[in-house]
Design a protein around this ligand. Structure first.
Ligand SMILES: Nc1nc2c(ncn2[C@@H]2O[C@H](COP(=O)(O)OP(=O)(O)OP(=O)(O)O)[C@@H](O)[C@H]2O)c(=O)[nH]1
Ligand SMILES: [Mg+2]
Length: 303
């Protein structure tokens, strides 16, 4: 993993109990939604470093109780809002009583972000979406989008999320991809993969996932639009994937579903899963495996 001079931050902010620590644990630490049910409020903030291919970033999970958040947008603003690459504002959409308080601090946070990290991407997660009655969801989210606009004209991306379905993985996966695109090396990798797919049309497409959490960092080809990653892969850790491998003498690192073959590459030295791909089942498994090996070699050489 490359060492970076300034490790850029992905900052989770939002009111207390909105679900920030739960999102972090479920997506980045492989916890199940049930395991985070009785999480206590975060005191001050926590930070952890994550590596994704050749990039690294820090995740700041900021406590959202008012005595903390008021300090983050106040006296500690420079510390919290410097070197931010992505700000994720989490709103509990099941708690409408708190919406205006959330917006109040959101506006303060944007002011600070514009001051210390004006280039940062801004996401608002309308979270705990599972608690809204299904036929009201669209209307609620649209109304919230109109409310959570920036007083400073920032571009904001809105996502409705829940830790109980794939929405949180899709949203975070998209953010991870944004981080990758910002890395020059990743662009080289992307180009190499695109080129490879052009030459090997039978594969249909490829998706690459992070070694540790299985987050999508790259998608290319026809698959990108069609694929819905099965929950058993999304809601996963290396260990869980390991237990689902089809174990044959030849292929120890594949999981097959009706339409797709999921391929995982073991890093022999550390036993980590370095790279995984998805191929649509239009070619025989053996062919797909050989192609994936070739692709992994190309990518490893570039990293
Ligand atoms: N229904 C539902 N509950 C959720 C979801 N995400 C988190 N929760 C629950 O919300 C509660 C609060 O979650 P936390 O992750 O501790 O909230 P937080 O934003 O970190 O709170 P602070 O640390 O005080 O800022 C927990 O009981 C979670 O189980 C979700 O998507 N849906
Ligand atoms: Mg917390």
């Amino acid at each position: 993993m490359a060492t970076l001079q300034t490790i850029q931050k992905v900052v989770f902010l939002g009111l207390g109990h909105s679900g920030k620590s739960s999102i972090k644990s479920v997506v980045f630490e492989g916890k199940s939604p049930e395991e985070v049910m009785d999480y206590a409020a975060t005191i001050n903030y926590t930070r952890s470093t994550k590596g994704v291919l050749d990039s690294a970033f820090q995740i700041f999970d900021c406590g959202g109780q008012e005595n903390f958040i008021s300090v983050f947008v106040g006296d500690q603003a420079e510390f919290i809002f410097s070197d931010v690459i992505v700000l994720i504002w989490v709103v509990d959409v099941s708690n409408m009583d708190q919406i205006s308080t959330s917006k109040f601090y959101f506006d303060h946070a944007l002011k600070r972000l514009n001051q210390y990290s004006p280039e940062a991407e801004i996401y608002v997660f309308f979270h705990k979406n599972d608690l809204i009655i299904q036929n009201l969801q669209k209307q609620v989210i649209e109304t919230m989008e109109q409310y959570f606009v920036s007083p400073y004209d920032n571009k904001i991306t809105y996502r409705a999320t829940s830790i109980f379905n794939q929405s949180i993985y899709l949203a975070i996966g998209e953010i991870i991809r944004t981080l990758m695109i910002k890395s020059t090396k990743a662009q080289t990798v992307s180009e190499a993969i695109r080129e490879f797919l052009k030459q090997n049309k039978e594969l249909g497409g490829v998706s690459i996932y992070t070694a540790e959490e299985g987050l999508p960092v790259f998608e290319e080809g026809e698959l990108a639009e069609q694929i819905i990653i099965p929950a058993n892969l999304c809601l996963t850790t290396n260990e869980r994937i390991g237990s689902e491998f089809s174990v044959t003498d030849v292929f120890k690192t594949t999981i097959e579903t009706n339409d797709y073959i999921f391929v995982f590459q073991h890093l022999k030295t550390t036993q980590e899963l370095l790279l995984s791909g998805i191929a649509r089942k239009i070619a025989p498994l053996q062919y797909v495996m050989v192609k994936m090996e070739q692709l992994a070699t190309i990518v490893k050489e570039l990293l």
